[in-house]
Design a binder for this molecule. Structure first.
Ligand code: PMT
Length: 447
């Protein structure tokens, strides 16, 4: 269902609808109609392959404009159309976007009208992929999608369902009204002064979810804690901070005010967030507790030590011949459980999400943590899987929400940024009323 389609609000908005060659090309007709209904002026461009699925004449008749396929075609009234066209529109939508065109965009290849238009454009771009499930889940496509997201492109996730190739899975083009609504959200955000950004790539701060975390105050822990044994030795783990920083980047891009409490990390934090550095579990606990009352979402991505040495030696422990050394460990405080039990949780409507880093029996352990710690969401992370867990740019996680405890949702291998967006989508699903609310907490709402 398209929400805001008041034709006055979008009258005169110029949209380029680019159709690439997939079976879903016929759905672009409904996207065209929906945009026109909202008052937009739509010009259509097609790849040569797309013309095999739908005749350019159909789009020409409906859009009342010449359909661009080839800059250099004899019937093209503008010989440098990819420049004029790309720089005279307010928005570019690519629907359906094939794996091929996504790969070209991700790599800056400009070998036809649409890919040249993409490179020459200043306007925001929405990409709505559609392809066979195996192609959609292929690491190459996931890499390319992550690249496009990082370039500030708005991705409309394909849907899950029966495919033209008679298989069932993810890869169906999103419904036309979803694409139209996303387009209207992006067009609306263009003339909203509150969304002007100082980011070097303004479009990367816009989101297809329409800044759906605006007003949220997201608190994230990330990285490893370090528990001192003596002045030179410590207990720690392999966490790099990538997963938590990816969550911070995604939440910031979706309009949230983000604070990260980072332990020891080996990667740079994203721009635009507030960062508090700590080392031990105890310091992380204190820093989190100072922030929690003003937070609306808490995500614990840090790898926190469960135990620390009972005593910290003031001087370096000396080697004592061949005699063994016994270290006595005591449990650290569980930060996540303390947040979940915090008295302000009901008042703030705080959403509490944690990770479960496991090496066996993933779902059973994750479910136990969700229940024992009283969480809204647990992100189960089998850190033994190739491409998952510590120190990779990618992850493979399973989402287990409190209201779907018997229906874990495994996500395929994807970049940590993409994983972060899926986690935020799940948080939004768990608490839709959290969206678009400016929480009045008496404190500055954006940095
Ligand atoms: O940082 P990267 O290199 O990108 O790696 C990402 C990651 C593997 C660290 C991340 O995806 C992940 O799985 N983080 C959780 C690691 C962990 O400590 O899991 P756990 O199952 O031991 O703990 C469960 C939850 O309780 C976690 O959310 C943890 O942050 C939290 N916890 C644990 C102990 C403690 N004392 N306090 C806590 O808050």
């Amino acid at each position: 269902m398209v929400g805001n389609t008041n034709s006055d609000s979008f009258a005169g908005k110029r949209v380029a609808l680019c159709v690439s060659g997939g079976i879903a090309a016929y759905k672009a007709i409904d996207v065209l109609r929906g945009l026109q209904k909202a008052g937009c002026v739509v010009r259509v461009a097609m790849t040569r392959r797309a013309c095999e699925f739908v005749q350019p004449l159909t789009f020409r008749a409906l859009s009342d404009h010449h359909v661009l396929v080839d800059d250099y075609a004899a019937d093209n009234p503008d010989p440098i159309a990819h420049i004029t066209f790309s720089q005279s529109v307010d928005l570019i939508i690519v629907a359906p976007a094939t794996a091929n065109i996504i790969a070209k965009f991700a790599n800056g290849i400009a070998d036809d009208f649409i890919t040249s238009t993409y490179l020459a454009a200043f306007a925001p771009v929405i990409v709505a992929p559609a392809m066979n499930t195996a192609m959609w889940e292929h690491p190459a496509t996931l890499r390319n999608i992550a690249r496009l997201r990082a370039d500030g492109i708005h991705i409309i996730e394909p849907e899950h369902g029966r495919m033209a190739c008679h298989t069932i899975g993810a890869g169906r083009l999103a419904e036309p009204d979803v694409i139209v609504q996303a387009a209207l959200d992006v067009l609306s955000s263009q003339h909203s002064p509150s969304q002007v950004s100082s980011s070097p790539n303004p479009s990367s701060t816009m989101n297809i979810n329409g800044f759906d975390f605006t007003g949220e105050r997201v608190l994230i822990t990330t990285g490893a804690t370090r528990e001192a044994i003596d002045p030179v030795r410590f207990i720690s783990n392999h966490s790099s901070g990538r997963m938590g920083f990816a969550l911070a980047q995604a939440a910031h891009a979706r309009g949230a005010h983000v604070t990260v409490i980072a332990g020891i990390t080996s990667v740079a934090p994203p721009a635009g967030i507030r960062l508090v550095r700590v080392a031990s579990a105890d310091e992380m606990h204190h820093a989190v507790m100072k922030e929690i009352e003003r937070s609306t979402v808490f995500i614990a991505a840090a790898a926190v030590a469960d135990y620390r040495p009972r005593e910290r030696h003031a001087h370096k422990i000396k080697k004592n011949g061949d005699r063994s050394l016994t270290l006595h460990l005591e449990p650290t405080i569980d930060i996540l459980a303390s947040v979940a039990a915090h008295p302000s949780r009901p008042t703030n409507d705080l959403i509490v999400a944690g990770f479960a880093a496991e090496t066996s029996d993933l779902i059973r352990h994750a479910r136990t943590k969700l229940e024992k710690k009283n969480l809204d969401l647990i992100i189960a992370n089998d850190v033994t899987r190739e491409g998952a867990g510590f120190n990779h740019d990618t992850n493979i996680v399973t989402l287990l929400a409190r209201d779907r405890i018997d229906a874990p949702r495994e996500l395929p291998l994807m970049s940590k940024l993409e994983t972060a967006h899926r986690i935020l989508d799940e948080i939004k699903r768990l608490h839709p009323s959290h969206t678009h609310i400016e929480h009045d907490l008496g404190i500055e709402s954006r940095l």
